[in-house]
Design a protein around this ligand. Structure first.
Ligand code: PMP
Length: 393
């Protein structure tokens, strides 16, 4: 059996072996609790604060603005629910985009059930948010705007700095879920006028189960996990020390290597897009230039996501499709629908996200396999009609 080809780094990444090595002793040898007052506890505090510094350097923040959480889902909960609860006297209106990650979408629905009003701003056919449309939806009640830094499906990057500036000028807090973008493009919370930001460790090739909420000085949220008062009372519970050490080191490595790594990924991305678009009746999803360096997302007319996925699976190739990444229900992706695709069109999409350990051979193998898979599935497809034939009718 040939090695599996893995081109789904956006959904999960392996832990970098260098990170794992550094984490290892924190399970057995360095097991101290930072809350303890003896020297073993003191050493744990030192390590905790060092990791906080590393993360803060990575995004140009101050260490005191970093709160460790169990991952980006928790950070998103803290940012939206925590901020809404803390600031409900100022207003009850929140704005998100139509293409937010499922965690933001479901948190927004929860807040609606709790009496908050949520507006979802549409995006254009490339998945970009129009700042003017966003501005028109601001009301005197608006307290928070949450827009993902880049989309985790189609890879479109938003004008984050402009959104943040607008929010700041209007006295509204700006939150961004930066999980899809972190480690691929430089993020600077000061340049980008970001007040709250969610990060996950795994997207930096650190372990799963740890993340960060960046919270700018003077911004406040209500804690959602109450207990012993860790993380300045904002997120109680014994700190996940191996995870935190891992995330800190993962951020340090990424900061050093990101430029070179993103250049490599961009080459893979551009080759994938170019060669896949040579297949008849295929189209690029997302923005042609304002897109993440790791993201190739192509739609093939007349195909169906499940069949596409299974055909690649048979060949030992792991990819994603235009079906919702969050469930096995084969619902079409809300992101692709928001960019104007029909349900049928959204289903025939292929998302390829190479990463740190991708090699030329992986790209060769998927590019060898795809034309044949697409052709075979189209021959069986009741819905596919080649464009050329339609024109000649
Ligand atoms: N936001 C985005 C954009 C994501 O892709 C993910 C999943 N990796 C999350 C949030 C949730 O992250 P976690 O699994 O760390 O909670």
């Amino acid at each position: 059996m040939m090695d599996e080809v893995y081109l789904d780094y956006q959904s999960a990444k392996p832990v970098d072996p260098r990170v794992l090595e550094l984490m290892r002793p924190y399970f057995t040898k360095h097991y101290g609790n930072p809350s303890a007052l003896h020297s073993i506890g003191d050493r744990a505090t030192e390590v905790l604060e060092k990791s906080r510094e590393k993360i803060s350097r990575f995004i140009n923040a101050d260490p005191g603005e970093i709160i460790f959480t169990s991952g980006a889902t928790e950070s998103n909960n803290m940012a939206l629910i925590g901020y809404a609860l803390r600031n409900k006297r100022k207003g009850n209106h929140i704005i998100i985009s139509e293409i937010e990650h499922i965690s933001i979408r479901n948190i927004a629905k929860y807040l609606e059930r709790e009496g908050f009003k949520v507006t979802r701003v549409p995006v254009n056919l490339y998945g970009r948010l129009d700042i003017k449309k966003l501005e028109r939806r601001i009301t005197p009640e608006t307290i928070l705007i949450s827009v993902g830094y880049a989309n985790n499906e189609i890879g479109t990057i938003q004008s984050v700095s402009k959104i943040g500036k607008l929010a700041e000028e209007r006295g509204i807090a700006f939150h961004t879920d930066a999980v899809a973008a972190e480690g691929l493009i430089p993020i600077d919370v000061k340049r980008d006028h970001i007040h709250l930001m969610s990060l996950s460790s795994n997207d930096l090739y650190g372990p799963k189960g740890v993340g960060v909420l960046y919270m700018k000085k003077k911004y406040r949220v209500n804690p959602l996990i109450i207990g012993g008062g860790q993380e300045r009372g904002l997120r109680s519970g014994s700190e996940n020390m191996p995870g935190i050490v891992g995330m800190g080191y993962a951020a340090e490595i990424t900061q050093k290597e990101m430029k070179k790594e993103s250049e490599k990924l961009e080459k893979y991305r551009d080759r994938l897009i170019k060669e896949l678009l040579e297949i008849p009746d295929s189209y690029l999803n997302g923005h042609p230039t304002k897109r993440l360096p790791n993201n190739a997302h192509v739609r093939f007319e007349g195909l169906e996501g499940e069949a596409l996925l299974l055909s690649f699976k048979d060949k030992g190739i792991a990819v994603s499709t235009g079906s919702a990444c969050t469930s096995k229900t084969l619902e079409p992706s809300h992101t692709l629908i928001a960019t104007g695709l029909t349900h049928e069109e959204a289903h025939g999409s292929l998302q390829l996200t190479p990463g740190r350990f991708t090699q030329d051979e992986d790209i060769d193998r998927i590019l060898d396999a795809t034309p044949e898979i697409v052709q075979r599935l189209r021959e069986m497809s009741p819905i596919y009609k080649p464009k050329e034939k339609m024109i000649s009718k």
